[in-house]
Ligand binder design. Structure first.
Ligand code: BGP
Length: 481
């Protein structure tokens, strides 16, 4: 395909990869760690793929040095990982667990000694169970001071060494799945509570960003948003309106609050009509407006396509739609909100075995929309391909993953050439790991890990072909994609 002359990646571009504590660490009850809501949720029959859990995961807790060594050999410039709240505060608040603090301190030191910039996610969904039991976790405003206290502890412990912080990972996903469709803890379906929980998360996010800035720590902080750019199926004005509704309800509804401190007008009006808008208390509006993220973290996997959905007789399965967690292509269901939009298949894009669209141009569109609307640098904190991988004679020939990532790297380069300030790219994921609902068979890593749903794998690490491909990309600063 012909394209314009492209700019080079910035010299200090953060080429990296990502993970999350629950999905890699294992050691779920070691060295003083408390239990998180995920440690318990996975034990409820039928909640995860074949009952898989992160008790062992890929045993990163015991093998982090081996993992960092492989990162260094790859030439990785940045590594995004999350901290398990329950290792730092086993009960969410109160006494600090020194062993937990030390684990991440050692990891950070090891990364820095190998020239790898640590990017720390403060919250990647593993809420301390004690806080869920005490006051419903995110359902109460009590979460705000507790979250700030936890984050402040991390800033004090690691602020001298960590320059990039992600406040909340995918607030839109953990609230949606936790309180709208009941597929994540605490497994509820309650539209009003969902918007209230989300409001508390907005306040906690703002309070933590303010705390970070007040402490004068040298570095940057921002949320990571799971942004799915919304398209219209065609130029029928009603279908275009449907796509705008989707963008308003599923994207602006979060990112506008992060950046402008205000819910978007049409979305808020819609929720008020239904009587499910979040309740504001005195000071909320001011707090939301006062916090300014330094970057927008973008988790980009796919795009979605919309058509009009009539208010009477339209598609309505928003709170229970079938997600494909089996890896059998074509088993997911379209979803919709009558009077707003419904999702439809896009004939122009391929899909993965889990029915996620493959759309690198969508990444360019995502980056440009964020840059134009929010005028912030963008840190791409996740992007990757979940697929079955086969180990053949000690190798994994994941040319499909190389092809996927190559096209996304090009899209980033095009967006940079369009004028977007992109500061880094941490793919999902570094090693293979536990997918929350899809077990160990949906693999994303550059490094294969011998682990599966029996959870008795040898845990041996084997770099895939994509590992060597990324090594070249990094060495050439994105010129050899
Ligand atoms: C994001 C999460 C990650 C990761 C990824 C892949 O939403 O932040 O933690 O799981 O999606 O998703 P999945 O594991 O469902 O394929």
């Amino acid at each position: 395909m012909e394209h314009k002359k492209l700019a080079a990646f910035p010299r200090d571009f953060l080429w990296g990869s990502a993970s999350a504590a629950y999905q890699i660490e294992g050691a779920y009850d070691e060295d003083g760690k408390g239990l998180s809501v995920w440690d318990n949720f996975v034990r409820i029959p039928g909640k995860t793929f074949k009952g898989t859990n992160g008790d062992i995961a890929v045993d990163h807790y015991h093998r982090y040095q081996e993992d960092v060594k492989l990162m260094a050999e790859m030439g990785m410039k940045a590594y995004r990982f999350s901290i398990a709240w329950t290792r730092i505060f086993p009960n969410g608040t109160g006494e600090v667990n020194e062993a937990g603090l030390k684990f991440y301190s050692d990891l950070i030191d090891d990364l820095l000694a190998n020239g790898i910039e640590p990017l720390v996610t403060i919250y990647h969904w593993d809420l301390p169970q004690t806080l869920q039991d005490a006051y419903g976790g995110w359902e109460s405003r009590q979460i705000i001071p507790d979250f700030v206290n936890y984050a402040e502890t991390l800033f004090k412990a690691y602020g001298d060494r960590v320059k990039y912080w992600v406040s909340l990972n995918e607030q839109n996903i953990f609230t949606h799945m936790g309180w709208q469709i009941a597929t994540h803890p605490p497994g509820k379906r309650d539209p009003k509570l969902f918007y209230q929980v989300n409001h508390h998360a907005n306040l906690a996010n703002a309070a933590v960003i303010n705390k970070f800035h007040e402490m004068g720590i040298e570095g940057k902080i921002g949320p990571s948003f799971a942004y799915t750019p919304q398209y219209a199926i065609d130029a029928n004005p009603l279908n275009v309106l449907a796509a705008e509704n989707a963008e308003e309800m599923m994207a602006h509804f979060w990112m506008d609050v992060y950046v402008y401190g205000e819910y978007p007008i049409v979305a808020l009006n819609y929720l008020k009509e239904l009587g499910i808008a979040p309740t504001f208390e005195p000071g909320d509006a001011e707090l939301l407006k006062s916090a300014k993220p330094d970057f927008m973290g973008l988790n980009f996997y796919q795009t979605a396509t919309n058509a009009w959905n009539p208010i009477d007789g339209g598609v309505e399965n928003k709170d229970s739609y079938q997600m494909n967690t089996t890896g059998k292509k074509g088993t997911s269901q379209d979803s919709g909100i009558p009077g707003l939009q419904k999702t439809v298949k896009n004939p122009f894009v391929e899909t993965t075995n889990w029915d996620w669209t493959i759309d690198p141009v969508g990444l360019r569109i995502a980056l440009r929309r964020i840059a134009s609307r929010y005028r912030l640098p963008v840190l791409i904190t996740e992007n990757g391909l979940g697929e079955y991988d086969e180990l053949e004679d000690g190798h994994v020939h994941d040319d499909y993953r190389i092809d996927f990532l190559k096209k996304h790297v090009l899209a980033i380069k095009e967006a940079i050439s369009d004028g977007v300030d992109v500061i880094g790219y941490t793919t999902w994921s570094y090693t293979d790991l536990l997918s929350w609902l899809n077990g160990y068979q949906k693999r994303y890593g550059f490094v294969y890990v011998d682990q599966d749903e029996t959870m008795t794998g040898s845990l041996k690490r084997i770099p895939k072909d994509s590992y060597y491909w990324y090594q070249d990309v990094i060495a050439s600063n994105g010129e050899d994609e």
